[in-house]
Ligand binder design. Sequence first.
Ligand SMILES: CC(C)(COP(=O)(O)OP(=O)(O)OC[C@H]1O[C@@H](n2cnc3c(N)ncnc32)[C@H](O)[C@@H]1OP(=O)(O)O)[C@@H](O)C(=O)NCCC(=O)NCCS
Length: 230
Amino acid sequence: MKEARVGHAPTTLVVVGAGGHGRELIDVVEAVNAVCPTYELLGVLDDNEPDPDRLRRRGVRHLGPVRLLAEIDAAYVIGVGAPAVRRAVDSMATNWRRRAATLVHPRAVIGRDVLLGPGSVVCALASITTNVRTGRHVHLNIGATVAHDCQLGNYVTLSPGAHVSGTVTLEDDVTIGTGATVIQGLTVGIGTTVGAGAAVVRSLPAGVVAVGVPARPRAAVIAQQNPADS
Ligand SMILES: CC(C)(COP(=O)(O)OP(=O)(O)OC[C@H]1O[C@@H](n2cnc3c(N)ncnc32)[C@H](O)[C@@H]1OP(=O)(O)O)[C@@H](O)C(=O)NCCC(=O)NCCS
């Protein structure tokens, strides 16, 4: 085992969520530690019983339900894709005075003047260019990209291979699906989900699900396909 940074004890850490995304976050923790021992991963917290084989093969313990974070003196990251769940867990953890860790995979590329909010996670092969701000617990999955001057609100999720062009604003709780793109200068409103493979070429309002090329709120797609219903 590599020694911890001189003068720095490793930060104790728990991952909230033991599903697929939670276990992917463990990859990020392990990759960070391989470069510089930074975290002592105590285990995962999940209200559901995680698949024991998958965790055992990772050498990671299920510590119990999420409420145990009130008693465990550790930083946390939230390995759940859904923004609303991350928001709820973050609210509880903040009440319990726990500190969110910010994770950047060593194979991610981050440019100058990028500020990541507490709890944010940047996975392998993701990249952020320059002058970008993110809110709390923003997740960039593998291969997602964010270009210059973007503002990402709290709990935003970029799924694998999503691409956000320059000067885009993604408001709180936005999800951009796998392989979707957003062209420059647009705003995606609070809580909107952009479906996998969509191309966003006009700003989107809050609270819609938008799919397709070009992306349109799904109700509009359905109306187009069934004009008799509209
Ligand atoms: C857009 C999305 C949120 C819709 O989910 P949903 O409400 O469960 O939608 P359904 O699967 O019930 O599909 C409803 C209709 O929308 C269509 N649809 C669903 N997703 C679509 C997409 N991404 N692009 C185009 N059409 C889509 C379906 O074909 C279906 O059409 P039909 O009624 O003519 O058969 C989802 O399909 C999606 O793309 N999510 C992103 C997933 C992702 O990126 N995950 C990353 C995990 S790491």
